[in-house]
Design a protein around this ligand. Structure first.
Ligand code: SF4
Length: 385
């Protein structure tokens, strides 16, 4: 675990106007007074972490729907984070927002609060797909939100898209990507639809009302997304993330992938420091009651052993286009990854799925499509045959 780089601060806002049928995040609907109580509790939780000593140079306000908070509430929250924690005055602030909450006044208020990346939960520009996902915005609203964000000159405007919806054709996916690219955001995040058991979609799958695309179809769509965006000037830097230039890549998310310490506040938020990971109570009321009673909202924690850290580093590293720095990996985890896995690496290279370049092991587009499987196949124990 690196302690050289400054850490990141995440705040989970657990409220949405309506809960989407595919969402498995810790979210719920709420009345304005519940939102206000939550803001109080985050302010309090930040103060309970006043002994956190790692410098923090990114703040990510995610959720849920952070744009449900009034700018005044966001301002109070940011001021409390700065007052209680070692937040760099120049910390890079990212805010997630849903298109239906975006208007000229809101974007101006967010800019005034120092938000540098606005991440818009567009999901699709297609009417039918938005209806299927039961989203509250129309394609026009999505486009307008992106345009307003770009006009407001955030350093980075990012669009979230979901692909791999049942029955989505190549042409439909191409259209969606083209509409996103046409608008000219600096950053795109494209996620394959995942059906989680405890969601409406999960229940539909169980009763046969919804079926997911097969593995081959998913891999084809993954490659279509990567090739199209690469061709359009948005090369991937991680399996789901694409940026027009390296300076637009997500500073905050890169900390997660590099095991840099991070502190999470709010229900369900996760944190990591050195060899320890902990997570907050998922239920908003339980988390709030704990914090109101004067304790941190932590639910549970685990110590990460050497083997777990190495496996995570491989899984996260292989999902990035930069791949794994083999010398740094050996120094940190005591494993010579390539000689330990010479046969597998040779096979993957022959199949065009990986490359050894500049002392790094990196997956190609075809390799990224199966990154998790590759990580699972790598042998991480130093001894053995
Ligand atoms: S808006 Fe986002 S966080 Fe909220 S329910 Fe829908 S998918 Fe989940």
């Amino acid at each position: 675990v690196s302690t050289r780089e400054a850490g990141g601060l995440y705040v989970h806002v657990p409220f949405c106007r309506r809960v989407c049928p595919y969402c498995d995040f810790a979210v719920r609907t709420a009345r304005p007074e519940q939102v206000e109580r939550y803001v109080h509790a985050v302010v309090r939780e930040a103060a309970l972490w006043a002994d956190w000593s790692e410098p923090l140079d990114t703040i990510y306000i995610g959720g849920g729907t952070p744009s449900r908070l009034a700018p005044e509430q966001l301002g109070r929250l940011l001021a409390a984070l700065r007052a209680s924690l070692p937040v760099d005055p120049e910390a890079w602030i990212t805010l997630e927002a849903n298109p239906e909450d975006v208007d000229r006044e809101q974007v101006a208020a967010w800019r005034a609060l120092g938000v540098r990346t606005l991440s818009l939960g567009v999901q699709s520009f297609d009417e039918e797909q938005l209806r299927f996902l039961v989203r509250l915005h129309s394609p026009q609203q999505a486009r307008r939100a992106v345009e307003l964000a770009l006009e407001a000159s955030f350093d980075v405007v990012s669009i979230d898209l979901i692909y791999g919806l049942p029955g989505q054709s190549d042409a439909a996916l191409s259209r969606d990507l083209a509409r996103a690219v046409e608008l000219g955001p600096q950053h795109l995040s494209c996620y394959q639809l995942t059906v989680h058991e405890d969601t409406t979609f999960g229940r539909w799958r169980a009763t046969g009302r919804l079926s997911e695309a097969g593995e081959d179809r998913q891999a084809d769509m993954f490659l279509q997304v990567h090739r199209t965006l690469q061709g359009a000037g948005y090369p991937a830097y991680e399996v789901s993330n694409f940026a027009r230039a390296p300076r637009f890549e997500s500073r905050h998310n890169k900390k997660y992938w590099a095991h840099v310490p991070y502190l999470g506040l709010g229900p369900s938020a996760h944190s990591l420091r050195v060899h320890e990971r902990w997570w907050n109570l998922r239920d908003v009321r339980a988390w709030q009651a704990r914090v109101d009673a004067g304790s941190r909202g932590v639910d549970s924690s685990e110590r990460l052993g050497a083997a777990e850290l190495a496996l995570e580093a491989v899984m996260l590293g292989l999902r990035t286009v930069a791949g794994i720095d083999l010398e740094a990996f050996r120094a940190r985890h005591g494993i010579d990854l390539v000689s330990r896995n010479a046969r597998l690496v040779a096979r993957l290279a022959e199949e065009g799925r990986c490359r050894l370049e500049g002392g790094r092991l990196r997956l190609t587009q075809d390799g990224l499509a199966i990154a998790d499987r590759v990580a699972g196949e790598l042998e991480l124990r130093e001894s053995g045959p």
